[in-house]
Unconditional design. Structure first.
Length: 237
């Protein structure tokens, strides 16, 4: 009786060992396969970039040099991504954008980004505290004349639980913030969409009488932001 039990146990152990080995081996094979797959597609993408840029066009030993070239292309891509971000950063830091992305809970005003007068505050939803709602003064379009409130449908600050601060932060800090969906509520693709289409963003280029426009055109700005994301969303130094 005991002997058969022992034998059964032994067989069971062998079985378990066998299954574990198979499991391990297939996991290894799978990870190896997916790794080599990623490498192939990487190489393909980078080869396309290389031919795009005509850096390596017509080079006979291109294939032999592929590996060492790859890292150069990678470096270049990262640098281009970071530079595109630095361009876009100039717009984010412009008063037309920063005034609604303050570090505190009071919106900013004017080209010197002073605190908003009249005791206006963010409120939980960004639409103003108590009776001082943004929409009381900010209509759906600009009111003509200097020092009149700019308008936009839905004029408000980001809400208190997702402040999206631009004021006082470096390019690296801003890039890190954009890459964290917990801080933006959006993926990078959704951020591209926001930068390209959002009415408050577009409003920066229709700021109302007496206000300056951001240093790039909206098109250039959106292009730089897209380039930053598509070339790997590098964190600028
Ligand atoms: C009237 C205030 C206001 C102005 C002006 C403004 N924004 Fe915003 N911005 C917001 C609000 C509010 C949000 C939060 C998302 C939302 O509700 O659409 C936001 C979010 C964002 C986001 C992040 C997206 C997200 O949902 O987290 C980006 C990027 C952005 N703004 C860029 C800009 C740029 C660039 C400009 C200037 C051209 C600008 N904003 C001007 C109010 C403003
Ligand atoms: C009592 C009226 C009033 C209320 C309420 C009000 N604003 Fe304003 N806001 C103004 C006026 C007027 C200006 C224009 C000031 C100027 O140009 O000298 C202005 C300007 C601004 C600017 C500067 C725009 C720029 O491009 O420089 C921002 C940003 C702003 N308001 C955001 C808000 C937000 C966000 C709220 C709600 C939380 C709000 N305001 C509530 C009257 C108001």
């Amino acid at each position: 009786m005991e002997k058969t039990n022992n034998r059964r146990q032994k067989r069971l152990k062998l079985k378990i060992c066998f299954l574990l080995t198979i499991g391990f081996a297939s996991a290894m094979a799978w990870s190896f396969k997916s790794k080599s797959y990623a490498k192939d597609s990487d190489i393909k993408i980078r080869a396309e970039i290389a031919t795009d840029k005509k850096d390596n066009a017509g080079s006979a030993n291109y294939l032999d040099e592929k590996k060492s070239y790859m890292s150069d292309a990678d470096k270049k891509r990262e640098e281009e991504s970071a530079n595109a971000f630095k361009e876009a950063y100039r717009v984010f830091m412009h008063p037309r954008c920063m005034n609604c992305h303050p570090s505190g809970d009071v919106p900013l005003q004017g080209d010197n980004s002073q605190l908003h007068t009249q005791g206006v505050k963010r409120g939980t939803d960004g639409k103003g505290l108590y009776a001082l709602k943004c929409a009381n003064c900010h209509q759906s379009a600009n009111v003509p004349g200097e020092n009149m409130p700019p308008g936009n449908p839905n004029w408000h600050l980001p809400p208190a639980n997702m402040k999206m601060v631009f004021q006082g932060i470096s390019p690296a800090q801003l890039a890190i913030q954009f890459k964290n969906p917990k801080l933006t509520g959006k993926t990078l693709q959704e951020l591209i969409h926001h930068v390209e289409e959002d009415k408050l963003v577009l409003g920066g280029w229709n700021p109302g009488d007496g206000r300056t426009k951001p240093p790039l055109s909206h098109e250039e700005f959106a292009m730089n932001f897209r380039e930053w994301v598509e070339k790997g969303a590098a964190i600028p130094k």
